[in-house]
Design a protein around this ligand. Structure first.
Ligand code: ADP
Ligand code: SF4
Length: 693
């Protein structure tokens, strides 16, 4: 039964001519699939419908071919041909009474047009503003271009209606949509009636909304997504100007969708942003307009959600990442199962799917984007197969997810853990600065497992092959994890580097185990990062906070290079600067000597020495697969021991981010006792239909 304090989240509310059944609003979010994987993306939205969301949106949809953001893979609505694919998505969204929304994006100064080869159009002529500083510029829209663009929006709105959508979101946030480019004095330097005063800069938005309302407004609602604060200095569209804009144009859209700054500001990872971080920026805007307001803030707590509505901060709870980690949040709150919510950990791995143009993953929800490809459902598992018992060795994210999912299938699961805590690497990493929310990977699974009668956990149980052969389990899942290498092997060095034993060298495992002195005042520590994800930056932070003078050495041109894909690279660099860390980019490490390290320039190989008292070696990790190899060596004994399968999963098989481990655990659980597919592809794939020659 639902707790009455959450009733407020289930009150229906009108959006223009339509009514949303509740206050759960899945704001537009990318998924790395988009136009390339339309059925996969549609099925993912369908799961949200089943999970109870009142409003469900597409990702950004390029509404005209003259503005597109290749290489990023979103949706396209360029011609009638695109309608069936989008209808598949709107159909899926509407299956359980949700309103289906499409976000129309004209990328303007953000669209390099690499695919269409059209000249980009924007309010003012200037270089295209993208993550990759593409060497192309936009031409300023002429008056007749603006007339064309208004018509293109109307065409897209009509096609959206034909595609079955209820709501149209006009994108003007995150620096990505043309409405913001008109509103901001940074990107709109026009001297005609579309530039200058705020009233002039709002003109284009007013015209487009009026045009669309005339065309489809009787049956469709129009929402406008604007940034709460562009945060690019004095010329940017500031929070004060946003308030003025809403006040001036209070009744313009049927709903205001407010999102913070650039994408990296809006989707701030938990390392740098708390839940509801945008509250100050959004508070009070609702009073400036008669229209409802939706805002985001990585909301996972139903109490915070209810407070947002009760205090009049928001009318709708906007969620992207929380709806990815748990598409069933509304249903779980409704059914009084809030403890079952699989909370987003704010790691931004989902965003890396878009940034790498692959297909998204989620650390917490391994079924994300596999709903169609593999037929995986986030809440339901396939039926149990022939065998009955599974021994999982290791309780890291891979082992824990395998245990949770296998127990749902009905297997009797025993999980053996060498230490006295569940969670493997997550149990250690959650104690690092900024990473406590990552502990939710363990907390969610630990609770779920505790509710199941068919999972037994054994601590202090470091198992060897001999014991496993004695136990009599039918299936053995080896999830024994990985360890950081101390020998420097990663990318710069493919064989161990020269290291003098007189120099203290700590791996991240050593640091997490507290093997370094707690007080490092007066000592110089070199953090060598040839891993390039978060660990190097975090280690530098730990060392600096312990009082050391820290020199971060990395062969890359960026601190924590790969975190550009999780949108936190800038924040990490800034934090290290603030902590006084000396940053040496494009610099490798060629030798560790007593009292010094030898570093080299990544380009010239010019070498020099840096005096140091210790080194933190953030190189690479090696899978702990010895137990698996022992078992394989004794395969002849399996049949007598009753063993039917032995499998190596997660970091023990191949070290990778935590999301890879939860995926591996889930996959293991899904595939146990299923028939061998031989050489067939293990997922469904959509191939573009060929046009006639
Ligand atoms: P993954 O990310 O693949 O889940 P982790 O390194 O997070 O891997 O977790 C592996 C877990 O396995 C650790 O908690 C570790 O203590 C445990 N472990 C390793 N070897 C054994 C073993 N032989 N018996 C039981 N537990 C083990
Ligand atoms: Fe949240 Fe991480 Fe999942 Fe994204 S990948 S939804 S940030 S848990």
């Amino acid at each position: 039964m639902r707790d009455p304090k959450y009733d407020i989240l289930f009150e229906p509310l009108a959006i223009g001519p339509l009514v949303a059944k509740n206050r759960f609003y899945q704001v537009p979010h990318c998924n790395g699939g988009g136009y390339r994987d339309p059925s996969a993306a549609a099925a993912m939205r369908g799961i949200k419908a089943e999970g109870g969301w009142g409003v469900i949106f597409t990702e950004q949809t390029e509404m005209h071919h003259s503005s597109e953001i290749t290489p990023f893979i979103e949706l396209r609505l360029w011609e009638d041909k695109d309608i069936p694919g989008l209808r598949r998505m709107s159909d899926a969204m509407k299956t359980h009474g949700a309103l289906a929304g499409i976000q129309l994006a004209y990328s303007g100064i953000n669209g390099p047009n690499f695919y269409t080869k059209e000249v980009p159009l924007a309010p003012s002529a200037m270089p295209i503003r993208t993550f990759t500083n593409d060497p192309v510029s936009a031409r300023a829209l002429s008056k007749s271009d603006i007339t064309d663009l208004r018509r293109w929006f109307v065409n897209a709105a009509k096609r959206s209606k034909l595609a079955g959508f209820d709501l149209i979101c006009l994108y003007g946030a995150h620096g990505f949509g043309i409405f913001q480019h008109f509103l901001s004095r940074a990107t709109n330097q026009r001297s005609d009636e579309y530039g200058g005063s705020l009233e002039n800069r709002s003109r284009f938005a007013r015209e487009v909304v009026a045009d669309i309302r005339d065309a489809v407004g009787d049956t469709m609602a129009i929402t406008m997504r604007v940034s709460l604060d562009e945060q690019i200095g004095n010329l940017g569209f500031s929070n004060a100007e946003v308030r003025e804009f809403v006040e001036l144009n209070g009744d313009l859209p049927d709903l205001w969708d407010l999102a913070q700054g650039a994408w990296e500001d809006c989707s701030g990872p938990s390392r740098f942003k708390e839940e509801a971080a945008q509250e100050v920026l959004v508070s009070g805007i609702r009073e400036l307009s008669s229209k409802p307001v939706v805002g985001v803030g990585r909301f996972t707590s139903p109490d915070v959600m209810a407070r947002m509505i009760r205090q009049g901060v928001l009318d709708f709870i906007g969620c992207a990442r929380p709806s990815i980690a748990d598409p069933f949040i509304p249903k779980k709150i409704d059914e009084g199962r809030v403890e079952d919510i699989r909370e987003c950990i704010g790691c931004n791995i989902c965003i890396t799917g878009d940034m790498t143009m692959s297909i998204s993953r989620c650390t917490q929800n391994p079924t994300f984007m596999e709903e169609w490809r593999k037929g995986w459902h986030p809440e339901k598992m396939n039926a149990k197969g022939d065998s009955s018992t599974v021994l999982i060795v290791g309780s890291g994210p891979a082992g824990l997810e395998a245990a949770r999912a296998l127990s749902l299938r009905g297997y009797d699961v025993a999980m053996a853990e060498a230490t006295t805590t569940l969670g493997g690497r997550v149990a250690r990493e959650r104690l690092l600065p900024g990473l406590s929310a990552w502990g939710r990977v363990v907390d969610y699974r630990q609770y779920q497992i505790s509710q199941r009668p068919n999972v037994e956990t054994y601590f202090d149980s470091r198992l060897g092959a001999a014991e496993i052969l004695e136990f009599g389990f039918q299936n053995i899942c080896i999830a024994t994890g990985a360890h950081w290498r101390a020998d420097g092997v990663a990318r710069q060095h493919v064989v161990p580097m020269a290291i003098d034993a007189a120099m203290p060298v700590w791996t991240p495992d050593d640091v997490m185990a507290g093997k370094h002195p707690a007080d490092l005042s007066g000592r110089t520590v070199v953090v060598y990062d040839d891993d390039h994800y978060y660990m190097g930056g975090v280690m530098a932070e730990v060392m600096a906070k312990a009082g050391a003078k820290v020199i971060l050495v990395t062969p890359s041109a960026y601190v924590s290079d790969w975190t550009r894909n999780t949108l936190e690279q800038g924040a990490i660099h800034l934090r290290l600067v603030e902590l006084g860390v000396e940053i040496r980019l494009n610099t490798g490490m060629t030798a560790v000597r007593a009292g010094a390290v030898e570093v080299n320039c990544s380009y010239t190989d010019h070498r020099r020495e840096l005096a140091a008292d210790a080194v933190v070696m953030v190189a690479s990790r090696l899978g702990d697969d010895a137990l698996y190899n022992d078992l394989i060596a004794r395969e002849a004994e399996w049949a007598d021991a009753g063993i039917r399968s032995v499998k190596l999963i997660g970091d023990a098989a191949a070290p990778a981010p935590i999301a890879w481990a939860t995926y591996a655990g889930h996959r293991y659980a899904r595939e146990l006792d299923t028939s061998d597919i031989g050489d067939a592809l293990p997922f469904r794939r959509e191939v573009t239909e060929l046009e006639p020659l």
